[in-house]
Design a binder for this molecule. Structure first.
Ligand SMILES: [Zn+2]
Ligand SMILES: [Zn+2]
Length: 362
């Protein structure tokens, strides 16, 4: 029997979101229905509402969630009702060219539920990032459910499902930051701060936070930044060099997604250093003009990180365990707990930079 539950829908471009009745079908083959316990408000949800991702309205928003598996469809073998899971948007297929090369973290054919959740009138919903989790119960592909230790509260565990993993993975997986390394992070919202926390966990000894907002620099300190730079007051490139013996950082994370900050990241890294772009640019932005000789002469690597190059089955349980052991401060990302009807207000606070994460609690 299909179930009727409440969820947050973006009906048209730029319009406020609404709480609607959502029809959730029983899980088909390879699918699972998950009772959501908590779901973080991510910038990508706002981008969907603004029409910045695609035009496939109406969207069922939310994708950074944890909950309990309620039911499973035929053929699901590694999941049972009652399992505590974090939802992921990279349910690896196992057979695409990336998976075949043994690099499932780049899987090009990730799985989502085949059936649609709908509005009461039958209109199919497009779930954000193939999840849709600002809803009491959601339908996903079974592979989108990653089991983690149930001792971690849903409001913190769920954050690994998107933003925190993106930043953490940008530093640790994509950037390859390690013991004794130096790192600079440009843009200290949730993703940038997760990169800082990841670098601290990995043993980086110089962790430089760059932002224009003193409040964000304060947050960055709390996550392990050893130096902070207010880019309104100091030149970030020169100051990053001054904190790294005049050389630049081994890894620079660009968590803003703008040409001017990308250019800063390019020149703020050491020779043979790595730049990781994790901030999401607008489609009309261009690569900044940089002399080609500088690309050649400085060597190193210019990378982009999608979902922190994570492998949910490897990374989610590990970081939940590290959180439970007091080694990774997942809980510090939660600024406020809100109800299902508070998502639009949370977007506003996020836009103004007042919160790291608002989390919807069910
Ligand atoms: Zn694949
Ligand atoms: Zn997200």
């Amino acid at each position: 029997m299909a179930q009727h539950v409440r969820g947050v829908v973006a009906r048209s471009k730029g319009a406020p979101v609404t709480v609607e009745t959502i029809v959730v079908p029983d899980p088909g083959p390879g699918e699972a229905v998950v009772k959501i316990q908590a779901c973080g408000v991510c910038h990508t949800d706002l981008s969907y509402r603004e029409g910045g991702i695609n035009d496939e309205f109406p969207f069922l928003l939310g994708h950074e969630a944890a909950g309990i598996v309620e039911s499973i469809g035929d053929g699901v073998v590694d999941l049972e009702p009652g399992d505590y899971v974090v939802l992921n948007w990279r349910a690896v297929c196992g057979v695409c060219r990336a998976c075949k090369k043994g690099k499932p973290q780049y899987c090009f054919d990730t799985h989502n539920a085949k059936q649609s959740m709908t509005l009461e009138d039958g209109t199919a919903l497009s779930p954000a990032l193939g999840i849709g989790a600002f809803v009491e119960k959601t339908l996903v592909a079974a592979g989108q459910c990653t089991k983690v230790n149930p001792e971690a509260p849903a409001k913190v565990a769920g954050l690994l499902g998107c933003g925190v993993m993106a930043g953490l993975g940008a530093a640790v997986n994509t950037g390859g930051i390690g013991r004794g390394d130096s790192i600079a992070v440009i843009g200290c919202g949730g993703v940038g701060d997760a990169a800082i926390a990841g670098a601290a966990l990995a043993g980086a000894t110089t962790i430089i936070a760059v932002d224009t907002d003193p409040r964000k620099l304060e947050w960055a300190r709390g996550f392990g930044a050893t130096h902070t730079i207010n880019a309104k007051e100091e030149d970030p490139v020169e100051t990053i060099r001054s904190y790294t013996d005049g050389n630049g950082a081994d890894v620079v994370i660009e968590a803003v997604g703008r040409p001017e900050t990308y250019k800063q990241a390019f020149y703020a890294r050491d020779l043979a250093g790595t730049v990781v772009l994790v901030g999401v640019p607008f489609p009309d932005m261009m690569v900044p003009e940089i002399p080609l000789i500088d690309f050649f002469g400085r060597g190193g690597a210019l990378k982009s990180a999608w979902y922190g190059d994570c492998l949910p089955s490897r990374d989610f349980p590990m970081y939940v365990d590290l959180y439970l052991q007091g080694k990774f401060p997942l809980d510090k990302f939660v600024t406020e707990e809100i109800a299902l009807d508070g998502v639009d207000q949370a977007f506003e606070k996020m836009h103004k930079g007042e919160v790291l994460r608002s989390v919807v609690i069910f």
